[in-house]
Design a protein around this ligand. Structure first.
Ligand code: BES
Ligand code: MN
Ligand code: ZN
Length: 492
C-alpha cells in the first residue's frame, strides 16, 4: 500500500473516497463541514436525521456527484473532548476496511482540527491504523473472500506542520508494518511456524532493519545450563531455537525484551483438551511481538540499546517428553519440579530471563500468552502487567497509554511466591488455579534477579475471536506498540 501526505484542502482531494471524522452530538465541522458543503448538506442531513450519531467507528457512506472525490465516508470518533490519538488508528483502519471491501482503491483521510497542534502523533496513528487495517488472515485461501482493496492512502493533516506530519508518517508506517509482521507470524499455523521458521523470520527481519541476530541451538542452550528451556523442547521432533536480536545505538543502559515463543502448545504430557487446541498456534505471540518490536526500534533508529530474546520451541507429548514430577535445573542453578507440563511458558522464560541478566540488562520486559487465568481475570479487553519495580511499571503504563494497547497492573505480593515452593526442589511450576497470573509471575520473579522487570500476560489480548471494524478476527499485534513506545520513552 502507498501512503503519503497532502496539505491540500480536503474538498479538493481527487480520490475514490474522502474520509472525514464526525463527533457525537455535533454538526459536521472542519473537513466534514467542507465535504458536507460540496454535497449540498447531504452529510449534515444524515446527521440531523440520526442516521449516524458519530459514535466511535460508526460509518456512513455518501456518494458525491461532480466532485473530485467520488464518495464521502464519515467515520465516528465519539465525544470530541475525550479524543485520544490512538482512536485515529482505529478511525483509519475502519476507513481502509470498509472502503477496501467495497473495492475502493484510492482514499484520502482527513484529520480532525485538533490534530494540527500535534500532527506527528496524529499522523502517526492514522498511518499505523491504515496499514494495520489492510491485514488479512486469509493467507492460505486459494481465492480469499474479503480482500481489502485499498492501494493508496493520502493523509490530509490540514494545518498540521509539514515536518511533524512527515515524521509521523514515517513512524506510523513502521509501526503499522511491525504490527502486521507480528500478526502474520502469530496467525501462521504450527506446521509452518516452527521454531526454525520463527528464527528464519527473525533473521529476515533483522537483515531488513540492520539488527544483529544470533540463532542458538539446543547444544548451545545445554552448554549454558538452560535445562528449564530444554525440558520443554525435549518432547518435540522440531529442534528448539534460542533467538537473540540486538540493537546497539545507545549509551549502554540495555533494555531486554523477552517473548514467549511456543510455536505450538499441546500441553505436553499434561495434554490439553481437543476443543480450541488449534488456538495454541498463537502461543508464540509474545515472541512475535518482540521480533516485530525489535524490527521497528531498528527501523526508527532509536538511540537506545535493546536486546530481544525469544526462546522458541514446541510443547509436545512424546517418548522423550518431560513427565509430571520430573525435576529440571534452570541457568541460574534453581531446580524446578514440573507439576504440569502445560505450564511450559514460564519454564522457557525462566532461562530467557536469566540470559537477559547475563547480558547485563538494566531493565527487562517480558510478554507471554502465559495463563488461562489471565483470560478469566481480565477477558479479552486488557492485558495483565506485573512488576517488581513501581517506577518502571509507571513509565511503561504512561508510555503505553497513547498506543491504545491496554495494560492493568496486578499486585505481586511476596506470599504468591510461597505457593510456588516445592517439597523436592527449589520451585514447582504450577500451584493450581488460584491467582494463576500472579503465581506464574512469582515463578518468573525467581529468575529476574534484582533487575527492574515487567511481565505482560497477553493470553486474552494477543488473538481475538471477534472482528472489529478496523481488524479481522485473529492476531492483534499486541504488545508491539507498547514495547516500541517504551523504547521511545527510554530513548528521550
Ligand atoms: N499457553 C497457555 C495459556 C493460554 C491459555 C494462552 C489460553 C492463551 C489462551 C499456557 O501455556 C498454559 O497452558 N497455561 C496453563 C498453566 C497452568 C497449567 C498452571 C493454564 O493457564 O491453564
Ligand atoms: Mn501450556
Ligand atoms: Zn503455553
Amino acid at each position: 500500500m502507498q501512503i503519503r501526505i497532502a496539505h491540500d484542502a480536503p474538498e479538493g482531494a481527487r480520490t475514490g473516497a474522502l474520509v472525514v471524522p464526525l463527533f457525537t452530538n455535533e454538526a459536521p465541522s472542519g473537513a466534514a463541514a467542507a465535504a458536507d458543503a460540496a454535497v449540498k448538506g447531504a452529510l449534515s442531513d444524515a446527521v440531523r436525521s440520526g442516521e449516524t450519531k458519530g459514535k466511535p467507528f460508526e460509518t456512513l457512506l455518501i456518494h458525491a456527484k461532480d466532485q473530485p472525490f467520488r464518495r464521502i465516508l464519515a467515520v465516528g470518533l465519539g465525544d470530541r473532548t475525550k479524543l485520544e490519538s490512538s482512536a485515529l488508528a482505529r478511525y483509519a483502519g475502519t476507513a481502509v476496511r470498509v472502503l477496501g471491501r467495497k473495492g475502493v482503491s484510492e482514499i484520502a483521510i482527513a484529520l480532525p482540527e485538533e490534530a494540527a497542534q500535534s500532527a506527528e502523533r496524529y499522523v502517526s496513528a492514522v498511518a499505523e491504523g491504515a496499514i494495520s487495517g489492510t491485514f488479512e488472515t486469509t493467507l492460505y485461501q486459494s481465492e480469499p473472500e474479503q480482500r481489502v482493496a485499498v492501494e493508496s492512502v493520502t493523509i490530509l493533516p490540514g494545518d498540521g506542520e509539514r515536518d511533524a506530519s512527515e515524521r509521523g508518517l514515517r513512524r506510523g508506517s513502521i509501526l503499522g508494518e511491525a504490527v502486521n509482521l507480528a500478526r502474520r507470524l502469530a496467525v501462521t499455523p504450527g506446521n509452518d511456524m516452527t521454531p526454525t521458521m520463527l528464527a528464519q523470520e527473525a533473521t529476515k527481519a533483522a537483515k531488513d532493519a540492520g539488527l544483529a541476530i544470533e540463532v542458538h541451538d539446543a547444544e548451545w542452550a545445554r552448554a549454558r545450563g538452560m535445562g528449564s528451556f530444554l525440558s520443554v523442547a525435549q518432547g518435540s521432533a522440531q529442534p528448539p531455537k534460542f533467538i537473540v536480536m540486538s540493537h546497539e545505538k545507545g549509551k549502554g543502559e540495555r533494555l531486554a525484551l523477552v517473548g514467549k515463543g511456543i510455536t505450538f502448545d499441546t500441553g505436553g504430557i499434561s495434554i490439553k483438551p481437543a476443543a480450541n487446541m488449534e488456538d495454541m498456534k498463537y502461543d508464540m505471540s509474545g515472541g512475535a511481538g518482540v521480533i516485530a518490536a525489535m524490527w521497528a526500534i531498528a527501523k526508527l533508529g532509536l538511540p537506545i540499546d535493546v536486546v530481544g530474546i525469544v526462546p522458541a520451541t514446541e510443547n509436545m507429548p512424546g517418548g522423550r517428553a518431560t513427565k509430571p514430577g520430573d525435576v529440571v535445573r534452570a541457568m541460574n542453578g534453581k531446580s524446578i519440579e514440573i507439576i504440569n507440563t502445560d505450564a511450559e511458558g514460564r519454564l522457557i522464560l525462566a532461562d530467557a530471563l536469566c540470559y537477559a541478566n547475563e547480558l547485563g540488562a538494566k531493565r527487562i520486559v517480558d510478554a507471554a500468552t502465559l495463563t488461562g487465568a489471565c483470560v478469566v481475570a481480565l477477558g479479552h479487553i486488557v492485558s495483565a502487567l506485573v512488576s517488581n519495580d513501581d517506577a518502571f511499571a509507571e513509565l511503561f503504563l504512561d508510555s503505553a497509554r497513547a498506543t491504545g494497547e491496554r495494560y492493568w497492573r496486578m499486585p505481586l505480593y511476596d506470599e504468591y511466591a510461597t505457593q510456588m515452593k516445592s517439597d523436592i526442589a527449589d520451585l514447582k511450576n504450577s500451584a493450581g488455579r488460584d491467582a494463576g497470573v500472579l503465581t506464574a509471575a512469582a515463578f518468573l520473579r525467581s529468575f529476574t534477579g534484582e533487575t527492574p522487570w515487567i511481565h505482560l500476560d497477553i493470553a486474552g489480548t494477543a488473538y481475538l475471536d471477534t472482528a472489529s471494524s478496523w481488524a479481522p478476527r485473529g492476531p492483534t499485534g499486541i504488545p508491539v506498540r507498547a514495547m516500541v513506545a517504551l523504547a521511545e520513552a527510554l530513548s528521550s
